[in-house]
Design a protein around this ligand. Sequence first.
Ligand code: TRP
Ligand code: ZN
Length: 912
Amino acid sequence: MMREGQAHTVYRADYQAPAWWIDTVDLTFDLDPAKTRVLNKMRVRRNPDVPAQPLHLNGDELNLARVMVNGAASSFKMDGSDLVLENLPEGSDPVDLEIFTTCMPEKNTKLMGLYTSSGSFFTQCEAEGFRRITYFLDRPDVMAMYTVTLRANKAQFPVLLSNGNLVEQGDLQGPGNEGRHFAKWVDPHKKPCYLFALVAGNLVAREQKIKSRAGNEHLLQVFVRPGDLEKTEHAMNSLMASIAWDEARFGLSLDLDRFMIVATGDFNMGAMENKGLNIFNTKYVLASQATATDADYANIESVVGHEYFHNWTGDRVTCRDWFQLSLKEGLTVFRDQEFSMDMAGSASARAVKRIDDVRVLRTVQFPEDAGPMAHPVRPDSYLEINNFYTVTIYEKGSEVVRMQSTLVGREGFAKGMKLYFERHDGQAVTCDDFAQAIADANPDSPLAQHLPQFKRWYSQSGTPRVAAQGVYDAEAQTYTLTLTQSCPATPGQPGKEPFVIPVTLGLLADDGRSLPLTIRPSQALSSIAHSATNHTVVLTEASHTIVFDGVEQAPAPSLLRNFSAPVVLQIEESDDALLHLLAHDEDAFNRWEAGQRLGLRFALQAIAARSTAGADAPALQANLLPASFVQAMRDVLRDPQLDAAFKDLAVTLPSEAYITEQLDPVDPQTVHAVREAMRQQLATELAADWAWAYDECSNTGAYVPDAVSAGKRALAGHALLMLCVAARASGDQVWPGKTLQRYKDAGNMTDRYNALSALVVSGSPLADAAIQSFHQLFKNDELVLDKWFALQAGAPDINGSALPAVRALMKQPDFNIKNPNRARSVIFSYCNGNPGGFHRADGAGYAFWADQVIALDAINPQVAARLARSLDRWKKLAEPYRQAAGDAIAKVAAKPKLSNDVREVITRAMAD
Ligand code: TRP
Ligand code: ZN
């Protein structure tokens, strides 16, 4: 069943304040999986600032039983699936409404609104799910006080939860109520309806009492299915750390007596920040050393932090409309990234986190910003808001907040946050309001100086380019750096105005020392000195010339340190200059980046050589990486000063996705073959070094998921993979044998999974037995089974084996397309995570994609639309891939009954 009525585009410019306010809501639920009855009593009043209008309430897939106005039955009208009340009393008096509806939670496969999962009830209301529970003004600027009564069978649903404080509970009396109980909850804070939540079921909780800095007591609870309780310790620890961090860094305290997290195995995204009752995908709650990897532990910490931080940035101050989504998401991602960095501790561990975040930005957000779905951080229009929970809103939005923080400094940013809450607590506001508060709290900062121009980061889409050119004058002892910015056109935005771009930089001497910086003062350019050798210059013009005085020797410039702005840096550097930065830069991010630039350079050279040579292309086994680069990678591996986590990232070649982004047109099989050959070379030529690194790092003692030991496990796993890759070429079976033994002996999931993955990814003949054994061991653990499915769906394609393997996985008894985690673990892992297997010359991968988009759309449009994005960049593909991808897209487009979600993605992909 699709939403009724015509799809229509919503424009930011059309925003109007609501004609009615809702002051209080009193909801009573009679919970039954097949048919739940909802009584909605609300007190509404006309907004005196807006001309009188009928009350237009949103609804979706509801069955309406009756409407009462001030205690009397009332007439009403339907407008599509919305309910319209035209004859409400005039004047400013409040009006009492009673609306009685039913819905079918068990049939709700979209997982939006009220649904069931393993026999329990859950809700998901953001963005527009509340209208699937009752008729309402389903928009974030309507904020109300909620009272919620839940009634259900006590044996089946012993736990009844909603937002806020539990004020009453007990058994229900009277005929028809045998075995039933109730709970009544009152939320002390007003909120938009997208933050409403209820949970009912057979759940158990880990509980923890804490005292805040202010001296208040709070009860923390993490609810899970019976049997999962021992896997909640890390989530609880992460929650306590988040609460302490927000108090220490921003002076923001928990504003509720009770804070609850509930986990469900059926969830469209990661988690949801409902006030006082966060609902999570089990993937971001459950962890034990036997079942979760270090990456899982880190993700749990960051998602628990993210949702907790929304309690202020999102819940206390919310969005005026959905175009302002990044107001809460970009800011909250920035906060969770900073939290993870502060938790990681050392400068090196902070850099590792920064590198991880930048990798996501560049491999996922940059392509989005260059493709048919490109949109500004604050979009101007949408067809389906669910499609705008994107890496641009979240990750680029976080970078836009990070640049504001850079421009006002860490202390200045904390002051800005304080002003933001003083001004806007309890309000629904805009991105403009946020930036204004940060600037107003720092009137002398470059942000305040350039605020209107800075806000172009919110309105212009596309990834800016910064081209750099340096000239050294030995006689004058000056180094002159010219930085020129530009931004490619994006759909609907042919021309761009210059951005405000903070470029953090330094200059390196021949011996690797950082040179002291003396920037010649200029009216046009502000700069911030962090230390004698590390400054940020603030670009505002299309081009700037920066003169450094007193430079004793021709320097190697280190630009865009710590990735100070979400841009592409274009600079011509010799291999030697990059090797120099890799070895010596004081900025750890740029050390890593120098290695990436080199790796990318060699990949692009090999790809170019292959396409010009055509059929005569030399065999790829030839050495694609020069000896100097291989030696530099060896030096990194053996460097006693570097942390293992940093080494692991520095010796990882740029991903296929990142290489692909640099090319147009792109032959995905060439990219795949070239990267494979480069990896093979690194594996073989550094075999002794990998073995050494493995011995150094393979024993981390009793399992603790801290940054240092996790880094060692990551490097040991990487080394095993490379040793198995080397064995593939040499035929030597010693390392695959050792890897299988490691798989069997492992004392934690990280080591076990890394060993299994090394066998599978290197195509070892020992992989099959290990895969069987893994299933045997973990067949009752959903989250581990997801890993098992994902690993196989991403396995190397040997003579076209990947697609048939994926089809076989989908016939497994424990495959279930209705469960988003499981669908993602198989279908997404193949379409997004296995480029070598997906981009088949016969187009069968794309045809499979089309079938799955269509199948998923009938079940869960949100998940289907995410999958639909896999072919966003199809117009860049070389033939025969482009034609085949176009056919697959046309096949989806030809379906008459598509959801708005999928329709919007497909229409944009074809139009671009
Ligand atoms: N607001 C949530 C977050 O970022 C994510 C979210 C938005 C979501 N829409 C959703 C989660 C729909 C599940 C389903 O934390
Ligand atoms: Zn969020």
